[in-house]
Design a protein around this ligand. Structure first.
Ligand code: GLN
Length: 479
């Protein structure tokens, strides 16, 4: 069925490169034989998985939807891909995206824009699938695969999931290995998971949630165990001491921005009412630095990107331009021809904000804002942040904030998916503004999942760092 869907929905542009049909079929046959023989079958055995094209695969190119890497073939699988294949998952192809993950509508791609699957072919061409993991969301929504991996730096998994009516999960920063994931902004990049149902997302999460020596930012066993123990304790006490073990849900006032569509606001209200019926306690909270999170993100992400993308010079990496031969012009023509406009814009922005004259006013200020955003979250959660290391007392010894909340619930996007023709008319700042609700959790490295409370708008459940447990418990109430 997936193969038929792929053929029928070619116009969606969800993939950059597809696995050969005979390979998919033979893998599927092997999985079927395993099931038939009743060998112990893993939940992911034989499941079809699509991989965003900035995650390395040994059998398919990894282009990052950039002309610069159009012929790049990785000599290894990313750790996340390797672990999925180990469990019998079948990689159907690499999904289209905004070049290097920079964008929110998957329109900045030399493979053409991704469209959101609709009920009619015309509708299918009209709307944005979101970005930058738009191809991953479109592939799942159109039934071309069961589950897809994406990456989320500032909302790139949650936003497409919201637009396409899917579950989109961004884990706590550092939980999933980034080995083999092409860097956009390392301090923010996470691998995310998209599927129709939370069960599939959780099944993948379970397989991938391990330390990896190859990625120094992947949290090691000791920290996982210490934080995990605190979280277990916390939820045990919550169940034992609160009436019906009820969850306390934070509703950040500052997220109720003027630009939010009326429909989204109503849906937010309805979601909170529904959670209250489940016995949750709804608590208004304040995250005062929210307003500054978006500008800080758009300083930090391009700054890191400008440094990361320096490696594409046609010598170490990248498609070398034919004029790139003499010492005078070395790699200028290559970079001019290899990168799209948005990537060039970000490199310029990032290079500027890191320059000695601008550093203090931009990069350093943005780092300070990032810290304040993190502190905002830490001040509202009941549980301390297991990564917090700058207080006097160790976090393990700090008392739980008895007035604090367990998770935060807010919309993922300001509104429904826009028409692609309207996206094309948007200014840069309008495009960036669409990330306002997803970026704060990214700056703080918190786990967040977008749940499809309607087919067109998702609600985010955001947890304290490492508390995927609490986040999922509330999220599944919305399924
Ligand atoms: N839209 C945001 C950006 O362009 C987020 C992208 C992402 O999460 N990869 O940077």
């Amino acid at each position: 069925n997936a193969l038929v869907n792929i053929r029928l929905n070619e116009h969606l542009n969800a993939f950059t490169n597809l696995q050969k049909e005979e390979v998919i079929l033979s893998e599927a046959k092997k999985a079927q034989e395993r099931a038939f023989k009743r060998e112990l079958k893993h939940a992911l055995d034989g499941r079809l998985i699509a991989i965003k094209d900035n995650i390395a695969t040994i059998d398919l190119p990894t282009t990052c939807a950039s002309y610069m890497l159009k012929d790049y073939q990785s000599p290894f699988d990313a750790t996340v891909v390797e672990r999925l294949r180990d469990k019998g998952a079948i990689v159907v192809g690499k999904t289209n995206m905004d070049e290097f993950g920079m964008g929110s509508h998957s329109t900045f791609s030399p493979f053409g824009p991704v469209s959101k699957p609709g009920t009619t072919p015309l509708e299918s061409l009209a709307y944005s699938a979101g970005g930058s993991s738009g191809g991953s969301a479109a592939a799942v929504a159109a039934g071309m695969c069961d589950i897809a991996l994406g990456t989320d730096t500032g909302g790139s998994v949650r936003l497409p999931a919201s637009y396409c009516g899917l579950v989109g999960f961004k884990p706590s920063y550092g939980m999933l290995s980034r080995w083999g994931v092409v860097a956009y902004a390392n301090s923010l990049d996470t691998v995310g998971i998209i599927a129709n149902h939370s069960n599939d997302v959780k099944a993948v999460w379970k397989v991938l949630n391990f330390p990896d020596k190859l990625d120094p930012t992947c949290v090691e066993t000791g920290t996982r165990m210490r934080v995990g123990r605190m979280i277990e304790d916390f939820h045990r006490v919550r169940r034992d001491t609160r009436k019906d073990g009820r969850f306390r849900i934070g509703v950040p006032m500052e997220y109720n921005v003027e630009e939010m569509a009326e429909g989204t606001r109503k849906l937010w209200d309805a979601t909170l009412e529904y959670l209250a019926q489940w016995g949750c306690e709804i608590v208004p909270i304040s995250l005062p630095h929210t307003r500054h999170a978006l500008p800080a993100y758009y300083i930090l992400a391009p700054a890191e990107a400008s440094s990361n993308l320096a490696r594409y010079d046609g010598i170490r990496y990248g498609t070398r331009h034919e004029q790139d031969r003499d010492g005078e012009t070395l790699f200028a023509p290559t970079r001019a021809a290899g990168f799209g406009d948005e990537v060039r814009r970000r490199i310029l922005l990032g290079t500027y904000s890191l320059s000695s004259e601008a550093m203090g006013n931009y990069f350093v200020q943005a780092q300070k804002v990032r810290r304040l955003v993190q502190k905002d979250f830490d001040s509202v959660f009941a549980m301390p942040n297991g990564l917090d290391c700058d207080g006097e007392t160790k976090w393990e010894d700090r008392p739980w904030n008895s007035k604090g909340v367990d998770v935060i619930v807010c919309p993922t996007a300001l509104g429904e998916s826009p028409k692609l023709e309207d996206v094309n008319k948007m200014s840069q700042t309008e495009r960036y503004a669409g990330d306002v609700l997803t970026v704060p959790a990214s700056l703080a490295g918190l786990p967040a999942v977008s749940m499809p409370v309607s087919k067109k708008v998702g609600m985010q459940v955001i947890g304290q760092w490492g508390d995927e447990k609490g986040m999922w418990e509330v999220a599944v109430m919305l399924e």
